[in-house]
Ligand binder design. Structure first.
Ligand code: NAD
Length: 494
């Protein structure tokens, strides 16, 4: 049994915890450890450590910061398999998927290594006689990051490399369901030479989150999780005067036009619908087939689903378990609801057989889904793909734009003009053209629209640098040395 506690000021915390959570291996259903839950007092100790460390770290040279970032990048790179194993043991996703999320997180570390260039300000010489104006960007102070269970390494890495590169200190509260990856990365920061207290980890639930949202020492909060909590974090944090970016849930649509390559679209639907058991905020959960191709597309997807192996993510399966038994049962209840509401159940994942007590549910496919059904309206966050049949591009676009979520979407077509129109007209933050999961590269910014993001600023890229810094503009007047004062021997300015 492992016991996980907080990481404060470069060491495991000695704070006592009255409350704990169980950590499960979702593939076996067994409890494998426990995690301490932080009280407001423990959060305060972490914020104090971050505040103290900030006073020095904000003055560290850009050269020093980059050296630490490069060292951290190298350490994460060589330890990728170890981090992936920690993720699979607590989250359940297959090992290749876990290694993939570490790679995507690393790309943000690599982006942050370019911080000297990213922090360059502007300079206007001689806006008036002897007067120059320039802009600089300065760190905020201690910042909080609150992350979800589904990407325990990548989502924290959307934020903390950029925050630290900009000169801030960090208190991370990872998901209590899979806290080990964050702890491992904390040790790697120390090994990389990051001063103690610049990166801290507290574990816990609402109590720890509330303490971070209202602590006067915390200057900003980067949250990722479900929409109701994202909205709560945004409202509570902004009321406390903090800068907030709160990324919420999703219901991502994939529109397939009649001219699309249907084999490409079917492969994409499999990967984007069932990868990581559908527990991705960029998973495709609604496939909008523009007639007359629906019959053929559904047949192709069904055929491919028969080859998918559901099982333990360490043993060569294509799809692992869901994160908890409660979540598995919630997803299964949506399958029941879909049937009751009259959708056609093409493949029923409840029939999947895996030995042991793991939290498994097989890939599930519904056809003839209608916009009024709960399987379409709600984020299910499991391996359930719904096919909606429409008659035209306009009908497909209206469906996507009417949906309250707006995280990601994809269009499959061979018509460049149609794709171009979709990218222009769709009200969604991230768009793929013949690409089902259009997660932006680290040097662009990640974020959805509508109920998928509360706040103005997306994650990483230049928006991330802006989020973690405050702009300052300096207007300076230096009189010409010939003007007077100490005579330095300059000739009279004519
Ligand atoms: P969650 O909202 O349950 O938890 C997210 C974080 O909030 C965790 O750290 C958790 O401890 C904390 N939390 C939970 N309940 C809380 C409460 N009542 N008050 C305060 N804090 C609370 O989300 P999850 O189940 O861990 O993650 C899945 C969700 O995250 C899905 O909805 C998914 O779409 C979303 N997600 C979104 C993105 C994105 O980029 N938009 C990325 C990944 C995941």
């Amino acid at each position: 049994m492992t016991h996980i506690t907080h990481w404060i000021n470069g060491a495991l915390s000695t704070q006592k915890s009255d409350r704990h959570g169980d950590i499960y291996n979702p593939a076996t259903g067994q409890v494998t450890g426990s995690v301490d839950f932080a009280s407001a007092a423990t959060v305060d100790v972490a914020v104090q450590a971050a505040t103290k460390a900030f006073t020095e770290w904000r003055h560290s040279s850009l050269t020093k910061r980059v050296q630490v970032l490069f060292a951290f990048r190298e350490l994460v790179h060589v330890n990728k398999e170890k981090i992936a194993a920690l993720i699979t043991a607590e989250h359940g996703k297959v090992l290749s998927d876990a290694a993939g999320e570490v790679t995507r997180g690393l790309e943000v570390v690599e982006f942050a290594c370019g911080i000297p260039h990213l922090l360059k300000g502007g300079f206007s010489e001689a806006v008036s006689t002897g007067v120059d104006v320039y802009s600089i960007r300065q760190p905020l102070g201690p910042v909080a990051i609150i992350s979800p269970f589904n990407f325990p390494a990548m989502v924290p890495m959307w934020f903390f490399p950029v925050a630290i590169a900009c000169g801030n200190s960090v208190v991370l509260k990872p998901s209590e369901k899979d806290p080990s990856a964050a702890m491992f990365m904390a040790q790697l920061w120390k090994e990389a030479g990051l001063p103690d207290g610049v990166f801290n980890v507290v574990h816990g639930d609402k109590e720890a989150v509330d303490a971070l949202l209202t602590h006067p020492g915390i200057k900003s909060v980067s949250f990722v999780g479900s929409t109701p909590i994202a909205r709560y974090v945004y409202e509570t944090g902004t009321k406390a005067g903090k800068r907030i970016q709160a990324l919420g849930g999703a219901k991502n649509h994939m529109v397939v036009l009649p001219d699309a390559d249907l084999n490409l679209a079917a492969d994409a639907a499999i990967n984007a619908g069932f990868g990581s058991a559908g527990e991705r905020c960029m998973a495709i959960s609604a496939l909008v087939a523009v007639e007359p191709i629906a019959d053929e597309l559904v047949a192709k997807i069904k055929e491919r689903m028969a080859t998918l192996k559901t099982g333990d993510g360490t043993k060569g399966a294509d799809m692992g378990p869901l994160v908890t038994l409660v979540h598995r049962d919630k997803v299964a209840s949506y399958v029941e609801a879909g049937e009751k509401e009259g959708a056609t159940l093409v493949v029923d994942g409840r029939n999947v057989k895996v030995d042991g007590d793991g939290f498994f549910l097989g890939p599930t496919l519904f056809d003839n889904v209608k916009p009024s059904m709960s399987i379409y309206k709600d984020e299910i966050f499991g391996p359930v793909l719904s096919v909606l049949r429409v008659k035209s591009y306009d009908e497909a676009l209206k469906l996507v734009n009417d949906h309250p979520y707006g995280n990601g979407t994809a269009i499959f077509t061979n018509d460049g003009g149609a794709a171009r129109r979709y990218q222009n007209e769709v009200e969604v933050g991230m768009v793929g053209i013949n690409v089902p999961i259009p997660v932006p590269m680290s040097y662009y910014s990640f974020g959805g629209w509508k109920n998928s993001l509360f706040g103005d600023t997306h994650a990483h890229g230049t928006e991330g640098v802006h989020f973690f810094t405050r702009g300052k503009v300096v207007t300076s007047r230096w009189l010409d040395p010939s003007h007077g004062g100490i005579n330095l021997g300059f000739p009279q300015n004519t």
